[in-house]
Design a protein around this ligand. Structure first.
Ligand code: ZN
Length: 243
């Protein structure tokens, strides 16, 4: 009887070991580091492109009513954002970016550096060149990338339920056709109009934790059927029916 229990325990342990080995190998195939690969570790005091690439992906973890500077300098705000990211994905929360953090980021992104649940095509249904807006095409596209990582953080915080983007980057002509304001952040590439499984008020409330500086929703004129998030440094939120 006792030996039998030991044998069962042993076989359970072996099964668990086998499934760990299996999940490690399949995680390997899902990784996408086609656009950027980190080496070593990053921690407070580090600087450079490796830090900047990390900050783009942590842009959605600045904490409540805050934003993370994407300046290539790993300071205390970057460390706090990294800790929030590690916590959100049940990694070891140590504020140091090493292989565990990088492997999670590879698993969360496609080979063009966009997060797995959002794409450049989804953030730009206006034209394929990203030109004709208020900033250069490369700036508009770079802004959209940061916005997508913020959206990925928002989506994860709301239980990984789908978020649908109905409008992102707009050239001046696309913006006029959509009836957008003449100073719309859609002209800069950092705005996204969204709907989702959750209510619009849930989306705009949660967005306050993920680095957005312009959040418009129900109660703000023209925003009864979608939530708008963007990055206008001078604005915060307006959705009088929600707050
Ligand atoms: Zn909008």
């Amino acid at each position: 009887m006792f030996r039998r229990v030991i044998r069962i325990v042993l076989s359970v342990v072996m099964l668990a070991t086998a499934s760990v080995a299996l999940s490690v190998s399949t995680a390997g195939t899902a990784q996408a580091d086609g656009c950027y690969t980190w080496s070593g570790t990053l921690e407070e005091g580090d600087r450079g492109e490796a830090v900047r690439q990390l900050q783009i992906r942590l842009a959605g973890y600045p904490g409540y009513d805050s934003t993370l500077a994407i300046d290539g300098v790993f300071g205390p705000h970057t460390e706090s954002a990294l800790r929030r990211f590690q916590d959100a994905y049940n990694l070891s929360v140590d504020g140091v970016a090493g292989s565990e953090t990088f492997n999670k980021l590879y698993a969360l992104q496609d080979n063009d550096c966009t997060p797995i649940h959002f794409s450049y095509a989804e953030l730009n249904t206006c034209n394929s060149t990203w030109s004709g807006g208020a900033v250069s095409a490369s700036t508009a596209k770079a802004n959209a990338l940061v916005t997508m990582w913020k959206l990925e953080a928002l989506r994860h915080a709301l239980g990984d339920d789908p978020i649908t983007i109905s409008s992102g980057f707009r050239s001046y002509s696309c913006n006029s056709a959509a009836g957008g304001a003449s100073t719309s952040r859609h002209l800069y590439g950092d705005a996204a109009d969204m709907t989702g499984t959750h209510s619009l008020c849930t989306l705009v409330r949660q967005a306050r934790y993920h680095g957005f500086r312009e959040i418009l929703g129900p109660g703000y004129p023209g925003h009864s059927d979608h939530a708008h998030v963007a990055h206008d440094p001078s604005k915060y939120w307006s959705a009088s029916s929600c707050f």
